[in-house]
Structures are given as structure tokens and as C-alpha cells.
Design a protein around this ligand. Structure first.
Ligand SMILES: C[S@@+](CC[C@H](N)C(=O)[O-])C[C@H]1O[C@@H](n2cnc3c(N)ncnc32)[C@H](O)[C@@H]1O
Length: 342
């Protein structure tokens, strides 16, 4: 595992790695490995994304952010996320440590850093300072943990859907209704039959792929679908669980990557508002991979509903991989498609 410039600066600014170190959201595991390799290094790590968690050095990963190791951390290392909500989640987690000596050292590329990140840190720590820049990277170091009540997860009622939505700070659009999701649910409302126990397969089985706060999954469950919700993010699956509970709906929630885990011909319906970003970078690969796999997972006649930014080139892959595809709704930004598996 090679250390990139951000990880090297984080480690240099952190200095002494003795004591209880917690690494958060370590992409690729190199930062955690460097602490493992340091003399006297004792490290645990927590990653929100299951793909990052799977790449951590063996034995270092925590299975939940509520693990007692978080409370005993003396030094917390992290890469600065671009989303302020994600940073707020990380600060909240770091500030859960009971250690009075706690230091939080987080670094990033200068081009992705904003002064509003310092403001988030100042809500949780009395002292926040920025390092000198090196190799186009910079580190923020925070200490003097403040006694603040956690503000996430928090809920909001969405009158348009009559749903109460819970979300952690890092979840896509937190507890608000995204314009693409609104267009998708509106199209489903008009065209998707209610799942009926009288259908050939009994109650229809549906998946909300990339469930975020669980708006679509909870809506599907309320329409009678036996619903599973999946996401790579722990914060997303925890939010979906809270949203389903708040609306008295049964949703099976799983933290998984893409569709590879789903059994062949196991679903009548897949609904998704898929990602097209990976951190700060635009990346449609996970979505195209999931679309390519959808035909395997759907039963013949099963449907794949998707909303995406209209400029994205998904139509061809949908038609080729799933089946005949029609546009069921479109506005200035988004397109909603329905593909029927042959
Ligand atoms: C655009 S958001 C949509 C969230 C939610 N369905 C909504 O409409 O508000 C996309 C979601 O996909 C999740 N995601 C990203 N990559 C994924 C992958 N490879 N497998 C499953 N979920 C993924 C993200 O964590 C995020 O919650």
C-alpha cells in the first residue's frame, strides 16, 4: 500500500503515533497500515463505505461507529470529505471520544478544501489550526473537544409524500427530498401498479438500490411491496432503518455494493436514483455495472426504474442489459426510465 501526499502530510502533522489511534474513512487502507507499522502503534479504523471497510488491514476495522474503541481514541486521523455533512458526521464521531487529550488531524487536497470546513470543526473543537501547505495538500488539526449534543441523525416531515425522513449528516441530500427522487416517486405513483398478493409471485419483491435516507424504499413498502433497501454507506442504511421505522414500514436493509450479492431472478422490481459521483470525482462505473447486472437479478417481466441526470448515457445500457426501455418522465434536469426485463 502506497501513501499518497495527503496521507503523508496527515502522518507528519500527527507526529507521535503512540496511544490509541482511530482512523476514519481511510480509502484503500494505507493510512491505517502506516499506523499499524509504526512502533507502538495501536490502531482501529472505521469506514462508512463498505468497500473502504473491506480494504482495511486485517483486524483493524470496527463493525460499528458505536464501538467502545471510538470513545477511547486519543488521536483521530481522517481525510477531509468534500461534503460538509460528512465532515460533521466525522467530527461528531471524533468528539464522541472521552479523552481530554483528543486530537483530530484531517487532511485533503487544497483544491477540495473550503473555509467552511474550519467552521464545522470549530463547532466541535475549541482550537482549530491549518498546517502549511505541502504538495498541494493541507491538514486541519483540532483539539479541545467541546461538549456538544450530536445533531445527526435528524428527521424532517416531507408533506409532499407524507413521509418522515431520518438521515445522518453525510447521507445524500440528508433528510430532504431530492428533485430527481421527487420526479421518480411521482412517476412511480402514476404508473407503478400496487404490489398485489394475487400476482403470480405473491407480494412483489422490490429493491431500492442506493437507498440513501430510505425515501423510495419506505414509499415502496407503503405501497405493499416486500422491500429491501441497499447502500454501500453505513450512514445510509442506518438512516433508511430509522426512516422505515418512523413510518411504521417493514424494510429489509442491507449494506452492500451494487447488485452482485442479490440472487438470480429474485426480484420483480428494482428502483434506483443511482450515484454518479465517487467522492469529488464524477464516476458512472458503479451505476453502469449495476445496470449490466440487473437482468440477472430480475425475473422475466420484472421492471427496472431509474432516474438520472439527462446528460448521462444510460439509455443504451438499460435497453441492452435489462430490456425495452421507455422514458416515463422528464424535466429540465432529470429523466426517469422504465425498463422491462425480457
Ligand atoms: C443519488 S443517491 C440516492 C439516494 C436515495 N435513493 C434518494 O433518492 O434520496 C445514491 C446512493 O447510492 C449509494 N451508492 C453509491 N455507490 C453505490 C454502490 N456501488 N452500491 C450501492 N449503493 C451505492 C450512495 O451511498 C447514495 O446513498
Amino acid at each position: 500500500m502506497t501513501l499518497d501526499a495527503v496521507a503523508r502530510l496527515i502522518l507528519d502533522e500527527a507526529g507521535d503515533l503512540r496511544g490509541r489511534v482511530l482512523v476514519l474513512d481511510d480509502r484503500g487502507g494505507a493510512l491505517t497500515q502506516a499506523v499499524v507499522d509504526a512502533p507502538d502503534g495501536a490502531v482501529r479504523a472505521w469506514c462508512d463505505d463498505i468497500r473502504d471497510a473491506d480494504a482495511l488491514p486485517v483486524g483493524s476495522g470496527l463493525s460499528s461507529p458505536t464501538d467502545p474503541a471510538v470513545r477511547s481514541a486519543e488521536l483521530v486521523l481522517a481525510r477531509l470529505p468534500t461534503s460538509l455533512g460528512a465532515l460533521e458526521d466525522l467530527c461528531q464521531l471524533a468528539a464522541a471520544s472521552a479523552s481530554p487529550e483528543l486530537r483530530f488531524v484531517a487532511g485533503g487536497r487544497v483544491k477540495h478544501m473550503m473555509t467552511s470546513q474550519n467552521d464545522v470543526l470549530r463547532r466541535y473543537f475549541a482550537d482549530v489550526r491549518a498546517s502549511r501547505g505541502r504538495d498541494k495538500c493541507r491538514v486541519l488539526e483540532a483539539s479541545g473537544r467541546l461538549d456538544v449534543t450530536p445533531t445527526w441523525p435528524r428527521s424532517r416531515h416531507l408533506p409532499a409524500l407524507d413521509l418522515t425522513v431520518w438521515a445522518h449528516g453525510r447521507v445524500f441530500n440528508t433528510n430532504r427530498l431530492d428533485a430527481g427522487t421527487a420526479l421518480l416517486v411521482d412517476a412511480l405513483e402514476r404508473s407503478l401498479p400496487r404490489a398485489s398478493a394475487g400476482s403470480a409471485s405473491g407480494a412483489g419483491r422490490a429493491l431500492d438500490l442506493g437507498c440513501g435516507s430510505g425515501i423510495v424504499a419506505t414509499w415502496l413498502a407503503r405501497r405493499g411491496w416486500a422491500t429491501t433497501a441497499s447502500d454501500v454507506s453505513w450512514a445510509a442504511v442506518d438512516s433508511t432503518r430509522l426512516t422505515a421505522e418512523a413510518n411504521d414500514q417493514q424494510v429489509t436493509v442491507v449494506q452492500r455494493d451494487g447488485l452482485g450479492w442479490a440472487a438470480e431472478a429474485s426480484l420483480e422490481l428494482i428502483v434506483t436514483n443511482p450515484p454518479f459521483h465517487d467522492g469529488a470525482a464524477k464516476d458512472s462505473t458503479p451505476t453502469l455495472d449495476a445496470i449490466a447486472d440487473a437482468g440477472r437479478v430480475l425475473r422475466p417481466g420484472g421492471e427496472f426504474w431509474c432516474v438520472f441526470n439527462s446528460h448521462l448515457p444510460y439509455l443504451r445500457t438499460l435497453a441492452e442489459s435489462v430490456g425495452p426501455t421507455s422514458i416515463v418522465a422528464r424535466d429540465r434536469h432529470y429523466t426517469v426510465t422504465r425498463s422491462v426485463h425480457r
